[in-house]
Design a protein around this ligand. Structure first.
Ligand SMILES: *Cc1c(COP(=O)(O)O)cnc(C)c1O
Length: 376
Protein backbone atom coordinates (compact mmCIF):
# COMPACT_ATOMS: atom_id res chain seq x y z
CA UNK A 1 0.00 0.00 0.00
CA UNK A 2 1.47 3.35 -0.98
CA UNK A 3 1.29 6.44 1.18
CA UNK A 4 -1.51 8.90 0.48
CA UNK A 5 -0.31 12.50 0.62
CA UNK A 6 -2.15 15.77 1.17
CA UNK A 7 -1.47 17.12 -2.28
CA UNK A 8 0.74 15.15 -4.66
CA UNK A 9 1.76 16.44 -8.07
CA UNK A 10 -0.68 15.45 -10.81
CA UNK A 11 1.35 14.85 -13.95
CA UNK A 12 0.32 12.99 -17.08
CA UNK A 13 1.92 11.96 -20.40
CA UNK A 14 1.16 15.49 -21.63
CA UNK A 15 3.64 16.99 -19.13
CA UNK A 16 6.21 14.38 -20.12
CA UNK A 17 5.83 15.29 -23.78
CA UNK A 18 6.20 19.00 -23.08
CA UNK A 19 9.39 18.51 -21.05
CA UNK A 20 10.93 16.21 -23.68
CA UNK A 21 10.00 18.72 -26.39
CA UNK A 22 11.61 21.50 -24.37
CA UNK A 23 14.82 19.47 -24.00
CA UNK A 24 14.88 18.66 -27.71
CA UNK A 25 14.37 22.32 -28.60
CA UNK A 26 17.84 22.96 -27.19
CA UNK A 27 16.59 25.62 -24.79
CA UNK A 28 17.94 23.95 -21.66
CA UNK A 29 18.30 27.25 -19.80
CA UNK A 30 16.41 29.73 -17.65
CA UNK A 31 15.16 31.38 -20.81
CA UNK A 32 13.54 30.18 -24.01
CA UNK A 33 10.30 29.89 -25.99
CA UNK A 34 8.46 27.83 -23.36
CA UNK A 35 9.10 30.51 -20.74
CA UNK A 36 7.71 33.14 -23.13
CA UNK A 37 4.67 31.02 -24.01
CA UNK A 38 4.01 30.03 -20.41
CA UNK A 39 4.03 33.69 -19.38
CA UNK A 40 1.68 34.68 -22.19
CA UNK A 41 -0.72 31.78 -21.55
CA UNK A 42 -0.86 32.49 -17.83
CA UNK A 43 -1.39 36.22 -18.39
CA UNK A 44 -4.20 35.41 -20.85
CA UNK A 45 -5.83 32.94 -18.50
CA UNK A 46 -5.86 35.52 -15.70
CA UNK A 47 -6.70 38.49 -17.91
CA UNK A 48 -3.49 40.25 -16.92
CA UNK A 49 -1.09 42.28 -19.05
CA UNK A 50 2.16 40.90 -17.67
CA UNK A 51 3.40 37.61 -16.23
CA UNK A 52 6.98 37.03 -15.14
CA UNK A 53 7.99 33.40 -14.54
CA UNK A 54 10.41 32.94 -11.66
CA UNK A 55 12.16 30.11 -9.83
CA UNK A 56 9.72 29.97 -6.89
CA UNK A 57 6.79 31.69 -5.26
CA UNK A 58 9.12 32.81 -2.49
CA UNK A 59 11.51 34.39 -5.01
CA UNK A 60 8.53 36.08 -6.66
CA UNK A 61 7.34 37.62 -3.37
CA UNK A 62 10.87 38.73 -2.53
CA UNK A 63 11.56 40.28 -5.91
CA UNK A 64 8.37 42.36 -6.03
CA UNK A 65 9.19 43.83 -2.63
CA UNK A 66 12.75 44.56 -3.80
CA UNK A 67 11.43 46.18 -6.97
CA UNK A 68 9.16 48.38 -4.87
CA UNK A 69 12.15 49.46 -2.79
CA UNK A 70 10.94 47.80 0.42
CA UNK A 71 13.87 47.42 2.81
CA UNK A 72 15.31 47.93 6.29
CA UNK A 73 13.19 50.19 8.47
CA UNK A 74 9.97 49.30 6.64
CA UNK A 75 7.05 47.47 8.26
CA UNK A 76 4.93 45.14 6.11
CA UNK A 77 1.66 43.83 7.54
CA UNK A 78 0.78 40.29 6.45
CA UNK A 79 -1.35 37.35 7.53
CA UNK A 80 -0.56 35.53 10.78
CA UNK A 81 -2.05 32.34 9.35
CA UNK A 82 0.15 31.53 6.36
CA UNK A 83 3.15 29.52 5.26
CA UNK A 84 6.50 30.87 6.45
CA UNK A 85 7.50 31.80 2.88
CA UNK A 86 5.24 34.88 2.95
CA UNK A 87 7.05 36.39 5.92
CA UNK A 88 10.46 35.03 4.93
CA UNK A 89 10.26 37.03 1.71
CA UNK A 90 9.50 40.20 3.68
CA UNK A 91 12.39 39.47 6.05
CA UNK A 92 14.84 38.90 3.14
CA UNK A 93 14.46 42.59 2.22
CA UNK A 94 15.40 43.68 5.73
CA UNK A 95 11.85 44.89 6.39
CA UNK A 96 9.86 43.70 9.41
CA UNK A 97 6.77 41.52 8.89
CA UNK A 98 3.81 42.50 11.07
CA UNK A 99 1.37 39.66 11.76
CA UNK A 100 -2.34 40.38 11.58
CA UNK A 101 -4.97 37.88 12.73
CA UNK A 102 -7.64 36.38 10.55
CA UNK A 103 -11.39 36.13 9.98
CA UNK A 104 -12.36 32.79 11.61
CA UNK A 105 -14.63 31.62 8.77
CA UNK A 106 -12.03 32.10 6.01
CA UNK A 107 -8.64 32.10 7.77
CA UNK A 108 -7.72 35.19 5.72
CA UNK A 109 -6.44 38.50 7.06
CA UNK A 110 -9.04 40.45 9.05
CA UNK A 111 -9.53 43.82 7.27
CA UNK A 112 -10.53 45.67 10.44
CA UNK A 113 -7.43 44.49 12.28
CA UNK A 114 -5.35 45.30 9.21
CA UNK A 115 -6.64 48.87 9.12
CA UNK A 116 -6.01 49.25 12.84
CA UNK A 117 -2.50 47.80 12.50
CA UNK A 118 -1.52 50.20 9.72
CA UNK A 119 -2.96 53.15 11.64
CA UNK A 120 -1.02 52.21 14.78
CA UNK A 121 2.24 51.78 12.86
CA UNK A 122 1.76 55.12 11.14
CA UNK A 123 0.91 56.81 14.45
CA UNK A 124 4.23 55.49 15.77
CA UNK A 125 5.95 57.13 12.80
CA UNK A 126 6.70 53.81 11.08
CA UNK A 127 7.07 53.46 7.34
CA UNK A 128 4.45 51.06 5.88
CA UNK A 129 5.00 50.84 2.11
CA UNK A 130 3.02 47.66 1.32
CA UNK A 131 0.78 44.90 2.64
CA UNK A 132 0.84 41.21 1.74
CA UNK A 133 -2.57 39.53 2.09
CA UNK A 134 -2.70 35.76 1.48
CA UNK A 135 -5.40 33.55 -0.12
CA UNK A 136 -5.18 30.76 2.38
CA UNK A 137 -5.83 27.17 1.17
CA UNK A 138 -7.23 28.62 -2.06
CA UNK A 139 -9.87 31.05 -0.78
CA UNK A 140 -9.43 34.63 -1.91
CA UNK A 141 -8.85 37.22 0.81
CA UNK A 142 -11.41 40.03 1.16
CA UNK A 143 -9.85 42.24 -1.50
CA UNK A 144 -12.71 44.76 -1.66
CA UNK A 145 -12.06 45.70 1.94
CA UNK A 146 -8.27 45.38 1.57
CA UNK A 147 -8.19 47.62 -1.53
CA UNK A 148 -10.17 50.30 0.30
CA UNK A 149 -7.73 50.18 3.22
CA UNK A 150 -4.71 50.31 0.90
CA UNK A 151 -6.18 53.30 -0.93
CA UNK A 152 -6.96 55.09 2.33
CA UNK A 153 -3.40 54.65 3.62
CA UNK A 154 -1.70 54.95 0.21
CA UNK A 155 0.17 51.67 0.14
CA UNK A 156 0.73 48.86 -2.31
CA UNK A 157 -0.90 45.43 -2.23
CA UNK A 158 1.15 42.33 -2.99
CA UNK A 159 -1.31 39.45 -3.18
CA UNK A 160 0.18 36.11 -2.09
CA UNK A 161 -1.94 33.88 -4.32
CA UNK A 162 0.50 30.98 -4.05
CA UNK A 163 -2.33 28.64 -3.03
CA UNK A 164 -5.24 30.09 -4.99
CA UNK A 165 -4.65 29.60 -8.74
CA UNK A 166 -8.05 28.82 -10.23
CA UNK A 167 -10.04 30.52 -7.45
CA UNK A 168 -12.03 33.71 -7.89
CA UNK A 169 -13.90 36.31 -5.92
CA UNK A 170 -16.94 37.48 -7.84
CA UNK A 171 -15.72 38.01 -11.39
CA UNK A 172 -12.11 38.61 -10.38
CA UNK A 173 -9.63 35.77 -10.58
CA UNK A 174 -7.04 34.92 -7.94
CA UNK A 175 -3.70 36.14 -9.23
CA UNK A 176 -5.16 39.39 -10.55
CA UNK A 177 -5.71 41.23 -7.28
CA UNK A 178 -3.58 44.05 -5.96
CA UNK A 179 -0.69 45.90 -7.57
CA UNK A 180 1.03 42.56 -8.11
CA UNK A 181 0.11 38.97 -7.34
CA UNK A 182 2.34 35.96 -6.83
CA UNK A 183 1.66 32.34 -7.74
CA UNK A 184 3.59 29.24 -6.70
CA UNK A 185 4.16 26.16 -8.83
CA UNK A 186 5.76 24.13 -6.06
CA UNK A 187 5.17 20.37 -6.21
CA UNK A 188 2.29 20.46 -3.72
CA UNK A 189 0.37 23.32 -5.32
CA UNK A 190 -2.68 23.00 -7.55
CA UNK A 191 -0.53 23.21 -10.68
CA UNK A 192 3.17 22.61 -10.57
CA UNK A 193 6.42 23.03 -12.46
CA UNK A 194 8.07 20.92 -9.70
CA UNK A 195 9.34 24.24 -8.40
CA UNK A 196 8.53 27.66 -9.75
CA UNK A 197 6.60 30.85 -9.29
CA UNK A 198 5.19 33.82 -11.14
CA UNK A 199 4.34 37.48 -10.74
CA UNK A 200 1.21 38.84 -12.41
CA UNK A 201 0.79 42.59 -12.79
CA UNK A 202 -0.76 45.31 -14.94
CA UNK A 203 2.28 47.53 -14.38
CA UNK A 204 4.68 47.31 -17.37
CA UNK A 205 7.50 49.05 -15.50
CA UNK A 206 7.27 46.55 -12.65
CA UNK A 207 7.33 43.64 -15.11
CA UNK A 208 10.44 45.07 -16.83
CA UNK A 209 12.14 45.67 -13.51
CA UNK A 210 11.39 42.10 -12.34
CA UNK A 211 12.84 40.63 -15.54
CA UNK A 212 15.94 42.75 -15.12
CA UNK A 213 16.49 41.98 -11.43
CA UNK A 214 15.76 38.26 -11.86
CA UNK A 215 18.50 37.90 -14.49
CA UNK A 216 21.38 39.22 -12.33
CA UNK A 217 20.58 42.88 -13.11
CA UNK A 218 22.59 42.58 -16.29
CA UNK A 219 22.81 45.79 -18.29
CA UNK A 220 22.56 45.47 -22.08
CA UNK A 221 26.30 45.32 -22.71
CA UNK A 222 28.38 42.48 -24.19
CA UNK A 223 30.92 42.68 -21.34
CA UNK A 224 28.38 42.03 -18.53
CA UNK A 225 27.84 45.43 -16.99
CA UNK A 226 26.14 45.57 -13.54
CA UNK A 227 25.10 48.79 -11.83
CA UNK A 228 23.19 47.06 -9.04
CA UNK A 229 22.94 43.75 -7.24
CA UNK A 230 20.70 41.29 -9.06
CA UNK A 231 19.22 37.85 -8.46
CA UNK A 232 19.22 34.54 -10.31
CA UNK A 233 15.47 33.98 -10.09
CA UNK A 234 14.35 33.05 -13.61
CA UNK A 235 12.36 29.87 -14.31
CA UNK A 236 13.96 27.10 -16.35
CA UNK A 237 12.60 26.67 -19.86
CA UNK A 238 12.13 22.92 -19.20
CA UNK A 239 9.95 23.68 -16.20
CA UNK A 240 7.98 26.25 -18.15
CA UNK A 241 7.17 23.43 -20.59
CA UNK A 242 5.85 21.41 -17.68
CA UNK A 243 3.84 24.42 -16.53
CA UNK A 244 2.20 24.84 -19.94
CA UNK A 245 0.94 21.26 -19.84
CA UNK A 246 -0.34 21.78 -16.29
CA UNK A 247 -2.17 24.93 -17.35
CA UNK A 248 -3.82 23.01 -20.18
CA UNK A 249 -5.07 20.51 -17.59
CA UNK A 250 -5.92 23.03 -14.86
CA UNK A 251 -9.69 22.91 -15.29
CA UNK A 252 -9.68 19.13 -15.14
CA UNK A 253 -7.56 19.26 -11.96
CA UNK A 254 -9.85 21.89 -10.40
CA UNK A 255 -12.88 19.69 -11.09
CA UNK A 256 -11.16 16.79 -9.40
CA UNK A 257 -10.23 18.83 -6.29
CA UNK A 258 -13.83 19.97 -6.01
CA UNK A 259 -15.05 16.37 -6.19
CA UNK A 260 -12.69 15.49 -3.34
CA UNK A 261 -14.14 18.41 -1.34
CA UNK A 262 -17.69 17.17 -1.97
CA UNK A 263 -16.72 13.69 -0.77
CA UNK A 264 -15.61 15.15 2.58
CA UNK A 265 -18.70 17.36 2.74
CA UNK A 266 -21.00 14.33 2.56
CA UNK A 267 -18.76 12.24 4.81
CA UNK A 268 -18.82 14.75 7.68
CA UNK A 269 -22.31 16.10 7.05
CA UNK A 270 -23.84 14.01 9.83
CA UNK A 271 -20.92 14.22 12.27
CA UNK A 272 -21.73 16.66 15.09
CA UNK A 273 -18.83 18.93 16.02
CA UNK A 274 -17.08 18.66 12.64
CA UNK A 275 -17.41 21.26 9.90
CA UNK A 276 -15.69 21.78 6.60
CA UNK A 277 -13.37 24.80 6.82
CA UNK A 278 -14.11 27.68 4.39
CA UNK A 279 -17.34 26.01 3.28
CA UNK A 280 -19.21 29.30 2.98
CA UNK A 281 -19.00 30.52 -0.62
CA UNK A 282 -16.61 27.74 -1.56
CA UNK A 283 -17.98 27.52 -5.10
CA UNK A 284 -15.48 30.34 -5.80
CA UNK A 285 -12.51 28.51 -4.20
CA UNK A 286 -10.05 26.20 -5.93
CA UNK A 287 -10.34 23.64 -3.08
CA UNK A 288 -6.54 23.31 -3.03
CA UNK A 289 -6.78 21.73 0.41
CA UNK A 290 -9.92 20.61 2.19
CA UNK A 291 -9.68 20.94 5.96
CA UNK A 292 -12.07 20.14 8.75
CA UNK A 293 -12.59 22.08 11.97
CA UNK A 294 -13.20 19.92 15.01
CA UNK A 295 -14.97 21.04 18.15
CA UNK A 296 -13.55 18.44 20.52
CA UNK A 297 -16.09 19.39 23.23
CA UNK A 298 -18.75 17.99 20.92
CA UNK A 299 -16.86 15.16 19.19
CA UNK A 300 -15.04 13.94 22.29
CA UNK A 301 -11.84 13.60 20.22
CA UNK A 302 -9.23 16.16 19.19
CA UNK A 303 -7.89 16.51 15.62
CA UNK A 304 -4.61 14.94 16.70
CA UNK A 305 -6.40 11.65 17.43
CA UNK A 306 -7.83 11.50 13.91
CA UNK A 307 -4.45 12.49 12.47
CA UNK A 308 -2.78 9.58 14.26
CA UNK A 309 -5.47 7.13 13.17
CA UNK A 310 -4.96 8.19 9.53
CA UNK A 311 -1.19 8.05 9.93
CA UNK A 312 -1.52 4.42 11.07
CA UNK A 313 -3.09 3.73 7.65
CA UNK A 314 -0.26 5.62 5.93
CA UNK A 315 -2.54 8.54 5.13
CA UNK A 316 -1.15 12.04 5.55
CA UNK A 317 -3.17 14.78 7.24
CA UNK A 318 -1.88 17.96 8.85
CA UNK A 319 -2.91 20.82 11.12
CA UNK A 320 -3.44 24.17 9.37
CA UNK A 321 -0.35 26.40 9.15
CA UNK A 322 1.06 27.11 12.59
CA UNK A 323 0.51 30.87 12.91
CA UNK A 324 3.70 32.80 12.25
CA UNK A 325 3.54 34.90 15.42
CA UNK A 326 3.96 31.58 17.30
CA UNK A 327 7.02 30.53 15.29
CA UNK A 328 10.40 30.86 17.05
CA UNK A 329 11.89 32.32 13.85
CA UNK A 330 9.54 35.31 14.16
CA UNK A 331 9.55 35.64 17.95
CA UNK A 332 9.22 39.27 18.95
CA UNK A 333 7.73 40.39 15.63
CA UNK A 334 5.08 43.10 15.88
CA UNK A 335 1.58 41.64 15.74
CA UNK A 336 -2.13 42.33 16.08
CA UNK A 337 -3.61 39.07 17.31
CA UNK A 338 -7.04 38.20 18.70
CA UNK A 339 -6.73 34.41 18.88
CA UNK A 340 -8.60 33.47 15.69
CA UNK A 341 -5.58 31.96 13.92
CA UNK A 342 -4.58 30.03 17.02
CA UNK A 343 -8.07 28.57 17.36
CA UNK A 344 -7.98 27.45 13.72
CA UNK A 345 -4.54 25.95 14.25
CA UNK A 346 -5.79 23.96 17.24
CA UNK A 347 -9.03 22.75 15.67
CA UNK A 348 -8.14 22.40 11.98
CA UNK A 349 -6.91 19.38 10.05
CA UNK A 350 -6.15 19.32 6.32
CA UNK A 351 -7.07 16.07 4.59
CA UNK A 352 -5.74 14.47 1.39
CA UNK A 353 -7.03 16.77 -1.35
CA UNK A 354 -4.90 16.21 -4.44
CA UNK A 355 -6.30 15.92 -7.95
CA UNK A 356 -4.16 12.83 -8.49
CA UNK A 357 -6.00 10.85 -5.79
CA UNK A 358 -7.53 7.79 -7.41
CA UNK A 359 -11.00 6.48 -6.66
CA UNK A 360 -9.29 3.75 -4.63
CA UNK A 361 -7.28 6.32 -2.67
CA UNK A 362 -10.45 8.24 -1.81
CA UNK A 363 -12.13 5.00 -0.75
CA UNK A 364 -9.16 4.20 1.49
CA UNK A 365 -9.30 7.61 3.17
CA UNK A 366 -13.09 7.42 3.55
CA UNK A 367 -12.93 3.96 5.08
CA UNK A 368 -10.19 4.99 7.50
CA UNK A 369 -12.22 8.02 8.64
CA UNK A 370 -15.44 5.98 8.99
CA UNK A 371 -13.60 3.33 11.00
CA UNK A 372 -12.16 6.02 13.25
CA UNK A 373 -15.60 7.61 13.74
CA UNK A 374 -17.10 4.20 14.49
CA UNK A 375 -14.52 3.44 17.14
CA UNK A 376 -14.34 6.72 19.05
C1 LIG B 1 3.76 27.66 -1.29
C2 LIG B 1 3.58 29.01 -0.72
C3 LIG B 1 4.54 30.02 -0.92
C4 LIG B 1 5.89 29.77 -1.52
O1 LIG B 1 5.92 29.27 -2.77
P1 LIG B 1 7.21 28.42 -3.24
O2 LIG B 1 6.97 28.28 -4.70
O3 LIG B 1 7.16 27.12 -2.52
O4 LIG B 1 8.42 29.21 -2.92
C5 LIG B 1 4.25 31.30 -0.48
N1 LIG B 1 3.13 31.57 0.17
C6 LIG B 1 2.20 30.63 0.43
C7 LIG B 1 0.95 31.02 1.13
C8 LIG B 1 2.40 29.31 0.01
O5 LIG B 1 1.50 28.36 0.30
Amino acid sequence: MTRIHLSSPDVSPLEERHVVDAIRSGWVAPTGPDVDSFEREMADRLGMEHAVALSSGTAALHLVLVAWGVGPGDFVPTAALTFAATANAIAYTGATPVFVDCVPSTGNIDPELLDQTIQRLRDEGKNVPAIVPVDILGKCADYDAIAAIAAKHGLKILSDSAESMGARSGDTLAGSFGDAAVLSFNGNKIMTTSGGGMVLTRDPDLADRLRFLSAQAREPAVHYEHREIGYNYRLSNLLAGLGRAQLARLDEMLTRRRAVRETYVSLFDTVPGVEIFQREGDDEDNCWLTAILVDSNVTGWPTEQLRKALEAEDIESRPLWKPLHLQPAFAGSPQNINGAAETLFESGLSLPSGSSLSTDDIARVTTAILEFLGEV
